[in-house]
Design a protein around this ligand. Structure first.
Ligand SMILES: *Cc1c(COP(=O)(O)O)cnc(C)c1O
Length: 334
């Protein structure tokens, strides 16, 4: 089986395991774990921010992003396919008790839409807009920085804050050919994952200014994620941050190669986006394609008319060639 379900399957390397075994640790709730501190400082510096907070998951980093910027009953503006909306069990309603206002289609809201959403703000009938949500990469797609700047600029001009779900910000930076700090620019808070393509076993971070991160640290403790000698896992994340960012480009090249090999397959369209290959099947047929792929030895995820193949560290050039042959056989069988 060639497993292309997700980059969350990336495993710690031997060097990463050694760094974890040898990590200097302390009680992080007392602020005394030197490895967690180093991870937080390096993450903040890389993203051009004052401070960062190490948390167990991207989900928690996002929820803390809401916690520091949104009060109960306020509006969060997001895309209907953002992870926050579709993949966090409705925590935006349960924990933040916020009202999502959603757009669809393109991965950014148009200017007329933003104008119309702000026009009624302040009316006694309306919920108060508090936060604009953003994702980059978005389903593997790099969202242009010009759109980001337009939307964060609009948010700040109207007193809203802006959060970037940057679970795959590292891929976005490579895809755009800019630094991670440039991708993070303009946002009040940014969440990043160490456990996807970077390959750390556990963890994400929320970054922002010092006061915002201080409040997020309190929120993390309230949610029960004050961690003690967390340096053991943070060491994996720190190793990933230092040594695995550049290699993400290899995943992008392999995704492009895989898409090339699949070009012209009958009945589907294929596109490579950063470390992913997306196959669009006839309406509602993704399930059938996933079964056929599995029969030929390729695991993937999908639903509706979308099959997603994700490249990661363990998937080699020859795996890509093999997978392409298997996918051609599978699609031809349908
Ligand atoms: C994976 C992912 C998350 C959440 O990460 P977990 O660590 O699995 O909770 C958040 N946002 C996006 C866009 C993601 O892809």
């Amino acid at each position: 089986m060639i497993d292309l379900r997700s980059d969350t399957l990336t495993l710690p390397t031997p060097a990463m395991r050694r760094a974890m075994a040898e990590a200097e640790v302390g009680d992080d709730v007392f602020g005394e774990d030197p490895t967690v501190r180093a991870l937080e400082e390096e993450t903040a510096a890389l993203l051009g921010r004052e401070a960062a907070l190490y948390v167990p998951s991207g989900h928690m980093a996002n929820q803390l992003g809401l916690y520091v910027s949104v009060r109960s009953g306020e509006e969060v503006w997001a895309h209907e396919h953002h992870h926050l909306i579709g993949d966090e069990q409705g925590a935006v309603a349960v924990l933040a008790r916020a009202l999502p206002r959603l757009y669809s289609g393109e991965p950014f809201p148009s200017q007329p839409l933003l104008e119309s959403w702000i026009a009624g703000a302040g009316d006694v009938h309306r919920a108060d807009p508090a936060l604009v949500w953003w994702e980059n990469t978005f389903s593997g797609r790099v969202v242009p920085l010009t759109e980001q700047r337009r939307v964060t600029g609009f948010a700040h001009a109207h007193g809203l804050r802006a959060h970037l779900d940057g679970a795959r910000l590292w891929n976005a930076a490579i895809g755009l050919g800019v630094s991670p700090a440039e991708v993070a620019e303009g946002f009040d808070t940014v969440s990043v994952c160490f456990s996807k393509g970077l390959g750390a076993p556990v963890g994400s971070a929320l970054v922002g200014d010092a006061d915002t991160v201080r409040r997020a640290r309190r929120g993390r403790k309230m949610l029960g994620a004050g961690m003690r000698q967390a340096g053991i896992v943070a060491a994996g994340a720190l190793h990933a941050l230092r040594h695995h960012r550049e290699r993400l480009a290899e995943d992008h090249h392999r995704a492009a190669r895989l898409a090339d090999l699949l070009e012209g397959l009958p009945g589907v369209s294929v596109v490579a986006r950063t470390n992913m290959v997306l196959i669009t099947t006839p309406e509602g047929r993704a399930g059938r394609y996933l079964e056929a792929l599995a029969t030929e030895g390729v695991r993937a995820l999908g639903g509706g008319d979308r099959v997603r193949l994700v490249l990661r560290q363990e998937v080699t050039d020859s795996d890509v060639e093999e997978a392409a042959k298997a996918i051609v056989r599978a699609v031809s069988s349908l």
